[in-house]
Design a protein around this ligand. Structure first.
Ligand SMILES: [Zn+2]
Length: 207
């Protein structure tokens, strides 16, 4: 298992985590750090390595399947189930839930619902901000029914807790960040005339 510092360095290497910068978020607020999962996925080796850390953490939990909300979660579900299979010597399935076309909930289709029925499932998500999506995936999974033994995330940036997503035995995140934000008028980087990062967020429209 890699150390927290080594894990952080993987995010930095993939440019999926920017810190000590001057960011304008889509909300219009300013801050120093930015998490961009989309930058990570093209780097398959790094994505695999991060998912392996999650697999190592949960390898003793007898997990039968890894379930994720589409879209980005599918990649994580595939890599994590692959590594769990390698580590445990038994097949761990990788499946996903998708957004319902009728409402805000998630559905498990394509026969995946019968594959995970009465099984032990690890739910995986990229970035936890409010935990809303993952909470809905857990609710759907429990109606199958299957046993949600834990939730894993690449990054918890919203201080999401197990109880805020419906109560799961374990919530595990590779990276915990608190993104402090300021109104532009109070922004310390603006006061110091630090150049705005124009590669992410609203700063992109400044180029
Ligand atoms: Zn600023």
């Amino acid at each position: 298992m890699l150390t927290r510092e080594e894990i952080k360095n993987i995010f930095v290497k993939a440019e999926a985590f920017i810190f000590d910068s001057h960011i304008i978020y889509t909300s219009g607020k300013h801050g120093k750090a930015y998490v961009n999962k989309d930058a990570l996925y093209p780097h398959t080796e790094l994505t695999s390595l991060l998912c392996k850390q999650i697999a190592l953490h949960f390898q003793a939990k007898q997990i039968d399947a890894v379930l994720a909300p589409a879209l980005g979660g599918i990649i994580l579900s595939q890599w994590t189930s692959h590594h769990l299979s390698q580590l445990t010597g038994r097949e761990v399935l990788g499946v996903y839930a998708e957004k319902s076309s009728e409402n805000e909930s998630f559905v498990i289709k394509r026969g995946y619902d019968s594959l995970i029925k009465n099984k032990k499932v690890l739910v995986i998500e990229d970035i936890l901000t409010t935990g809303k999506s993952v909470k809905k995936v857990i609710e759907t999974a429990r109606t199958i029914p299957c046993e949600v033994v834990g939730v894993a995330a690449l990054c918890n940036r919203g201080g999401v807790t197990s109880s805020s997503i419906g109560g799961v035995p374990e919530l595990f995140s590779l990276l915990e960040v608190t993104l402090e934000t300021w109104d532009p008028s109070d922004c310390p980087m603006c006061k110091e005339h630090t150049p705005i990062n124009t590669s992410v967020g609203k700063g992109k429209s400044l180029t």
